[in-house]
Design a binder for this molecule. Structure first.
Ligand code: F6P
Length: 515
């Protein structure tokens, strides 16, 4: 477990041959089974649910997998994982553990107990609101940004296609248009405001929160502060800002912003879908935690995915990875994953401050199928970049229309992975270069039985652990995000007109009347 062990493991990986996908399948009839895993869990009162992770259409083979397992050993993956769940300082630059797992039951006894108590507190407030304790609440404007918005937005969008107990609008941008749009969809007399901010200092969130209070008061709400719920790791600040303690839902400082959906930041989800479904989401995530904690080597789904990520980014030079959900309910998943992966692993030094010698996180991007097929898939099939792709689909449909819709959706999903790998030539004589597909392009498929609340939790936890596993293999700290600070400071300086700026920025400020 030393830097030189890691250097040796990378040297070994670099020395291995890369076989084309078609050859890998020909060589090993057991390939699909070997590179697929199923994670299954019980759904109370509803049998089992499961997700199939098929990584067989990636270039990983036995030799690469052996070498990646050696890398994991050299990188101290098992002890990093132990530290994650055991409350160790896995965020050394901020001197903190990362206890988001404890919010769903995976962590030290003390952290899990704290998580349960906080969840119970949130549950009581959610039930009370549903029962009318704060009046007739029909709408919630959830104000937060980054990790305080992306998770709730994804989960509310995914889980409220059939039923929404309270109509939720997530507003993050400081562009007033975003808040105005939420105002126009809500009745101030029946609207609650959630101010979601770990720090309770973020400019966008606090500016939007002030404007939301003004909107309530301008529209006849006598006690606007009485309509505010604060979701924060800084309750003192929320009290100072004017929120009554009974409506502050705290969460621990050791829960990182982009990992905070499981904490009180998930309040809008619980309000929209009810506590039972919120708890089911936590249970699905816990099932993946258990798999991640208890499974070794390539049989560990998130670790296997990280092996493929490392292979494409660090050995094949892929600068991006794409995610396409063949499910409208996951339309916001790529946005969510962008923060999770790029804010966690978009780093240039290792955890001890040493500059990295290979690329770290690729750029995550994506969209929904089949829409993306008619927009960006041209580049995936025939462009010059190699882009590893993830496909995500559900066997059970989310819609109640003619089953032909869902059958065609799945057919398209499977066809894309098959076509990327197979390649070929679509011209009559098979020779037209414009109609030629190189093939041998990698993809992975996540096929879930049914995309319910538990499965959403499982999917998100899978990606959290994949991100963590990638960080461990690279020796970087996935839990800090200092890269966002310089821009924040400069925005404040420009806004206040203080400081010296480069000539271009100074000219832009003058042109826009900011100087
Ligand atoms: O600017 C980045 C960031 O710190 C994210 O990591 C975080 O999720 C977001 O801002 C919002 O921060 P807060 O929850 O403290 O308002």
């Amino acid at each position: 477990m030393t830097g030189s062990d890691m250097t040796a493991a990378w040297a070994r990986l670099e020395g291995l041959e890369h076989s084309p996908l078609a050859e890998l399948f020909e060589r090993d009839p057991e390939r699909v089974a070997k590179l697929s895993q199923r994670i299954e869990f019980d759904v109370p009162g509803n049998g089992t649910n499961g997700l199939l992770l098929d990584w067989s259409k990636t270039h990983l083979d036995d030799a690469l997998l052996d070498a990646f397992e050696d890398l994991a050993h050299a990188a101290g993956f098992a002890s990093a994982r132990e530290a994650l769940f055991g409350g160790g300082i896995v965020n050394p630059t901020e001197g903190r553990p990362a206890t988001h797992g404890a919010m769903r039951g995976s962590g030290t006894d003390a952290d899990v107990e704290e998580g349960e108590a906080l969840l119970a507190r949130m549950g009581m407030l959610v039930e009370a609101i549903h029962q009318g304790a704060l009046g007739d609440i029909k709408h919630l404007i959830h104000i937060g940004i980054g990790g305080s918005a992306l998770g709730p937005d994804l989960a509310v969008d995914a889980l409220t296609r059939d039923l929404e107990l309270v109509d939720v609008h997530v507003v993050s941008n400081i562009d007033g248009l975003a808040l105005e749009q939420a105002f126009s969809a809500c009745d101030p007399a029946t609207t609650l405001i959630a101010v979601a901010s770990k720090t309770f200092t973020t400019t966008e969130t606090m500016t939007n929160a002030e404007s939301a209070l003004k909107w309530l008061s301008d529209n006849g709400v006598v006690d606007p502060s009485g309509r505010v719920v604060a979701l924060t790791a800084n309750p003192e600040r929320a009290v100072e800002w004017g929120v009554d303690e009974t409506r502050i839902l705290p969460f621990p400082e050791s829960v990182g912003g982009r990992y905070s959906l499981w904490s009180s930041i998930g309040f809008p989800v619980a309000l929209a879908v009810g506590m039972d479904d919120f708890r089911a989401m936590l249970a699905g995530a816990k099932a993946v935690d258990d798999h991640f904690r208890e499974t070794e080597g390539r049989a560990n789904g998130p670790l296997l995915a990280a092996f493929a990520d490392q292979y494409y980014t660090r050995l094949r030079g892929c600068q991006t990875r794409a995610v396409f959900a063949y499910d409208e309910r996951l339309a916001l998943l790529p946005d969510y994953l962008q923060q999770l992966e790029m804010e966690s692993n978009g780093k240039r030094v290792t955890a001890d401050g040493t500059p990295v010698d290979r690329p770290t996180a690729p750029i995550t991007w994506g969209g929904v199928g089949t829409d993306a097929q008619h927009a960006v898939f041209q580049l995936l099939h025939q462009g010059t970049q190699l882009v590893p792709v993830d496909f995500i689909a559900s066997i059970a449909p989310g819609d109640a229309l003619d089953p032909a819709h869902h059958k065609a959706l799945l057919a398209n999903c499977f066809a894309q992975g098959a076509a990327l790998m197979a390649g070929g030539n679509m011209s009559k004589d098979g020779k037209d270069p414009a109609r030629a597909f190189p093939g041998d392009r990698p993809s992975a498929t996540i096929l879930v039985d049914d995309l319910d609340a538990a499965m959403l939790g499982a999917l998100i936890a899978f990606h959290e652990h994949r991100t963590f596993a990638n960080a461990a293999l690279m020796g970087i700290n996935p839990f800090d995000q200092f890269g966002v600070e310089l821009g924040k400071k400069m925005a404040k300086d420009i806004d206040s007109g203080e400081g010296q700026f480069d000539p271009s920025t100074t000219a832009l400020m003058a042109t826009a009347g900011l100087a």
